[in-house]
Design a protein around this ligand. Sequence first.
Ligand code: PMP
Length: 396
Amino acid sequence: MGSHLLDQFLQENVQALKDQGIYNEIDPIESPNGPKIRIGGRELINLSSNNYLGLATHDRLRKVAKEAIDEWGVGAGAVRTINGTLSLHVELEEAIAKFKGTEAAIAYQSGFNCNMAAISAVMDKNDAILSDELNHASIIDGCRLSKAKVIRFNHSDMEDLRQKAKEAKESGQYNKIMVITDGVFSMDGDIAKLPEIVKIAKEFDIMTYVDDAHGSGVTGKGAGTVKHFGLQDEVDFQIGTLSKAIGVVGGYVAGTQNLIDWLKVRSRPFLFSTSLTPADVRAAREAIHMLMESTELHDKLWENGDYLKAGLKKLGFNIGDSETPITPCIIGDEAKTQLFSKRLNEEGVYAKSIVFPTVPKGTGRVRNMPTAAHTKEMLDEALAIYEKVGKELEII
Ligand code: PMP
């Protein structure tokens, strides 16, 4: 016997989505999230995870996580500022700072949390944020939470950014101005134009904030997009997640000691939400060490990405202009995109469709995320299925 207002709201909204056939049903995975997964008892080639380097199921990470549980237990027991900071958290943060080439780093429970935390800890209603129109939802929410004026610029359009930066600066209306961009945009796999962004930021005395959730472990020989451009001394906030290439869960900010010291006393998820578990932090640290020791997994990821891209292109698919292993297959029409993904699934490939409003109308795509853990045989099998379904639906 719940509230009738809630019932009415849900009836109108959830039911409406279901009636239109656009309610996103979630398929639980009955296996680890590796290069092949089992769903509904069927084995599928998995081209949908962010487990870029295959670390989510890597033996070395499993081992240290188990040891951490044996030694430390399963929970951290408190928020970071009470007594939920284990020496494991500090060791992870030291490893992140080294990895990112910064003085210090701070870890959060997720990348999403991290953007909510960091933006609102520094920006307020007297400030302005220049935000790429394709920035991730957690950046959008972090900006909203800060109450700063948000000025969106056209995606990676440096002329638009420069014009808006100039206007914001010359208006004299704002105390602080910040520019925020994803390092790698996950829908198309393109890389932010960081050298130009940094140049514009310098010209107008603007702070720079790069969320490299999809770049860390992938670009810059694994060290990320900021290092890819050699800008680690120029970018003020380097954001990352521990949940994609790193394979575990959590997020972080890397920057100067002063910035991290401020976030430790003013960022709310750090102050008011229980810290990452011992197994998470230990496994994440191991993953970062692995990335600093060797580029083997990174190299394999790019080899697989290039192989899949070349294969799809040869078949005649439109794979866009990705600069990373993220490989969209752009179909266009929303219904056809969804049907394409469904047919791929029936034939043995798990590759999710992404349609409006996540991407602009008429640019529906099936997005492929090859990983270091895929074998050539798996990719060949996937390509054969793409060919079959692509011809069947007259896409190629
Ligand atoms: N930022 C970006 C750019 C992302 O793509 C994502 C993940 N979708 C996040 C932040 C959130 O990271 P997490 O999954 O660790 O919360």
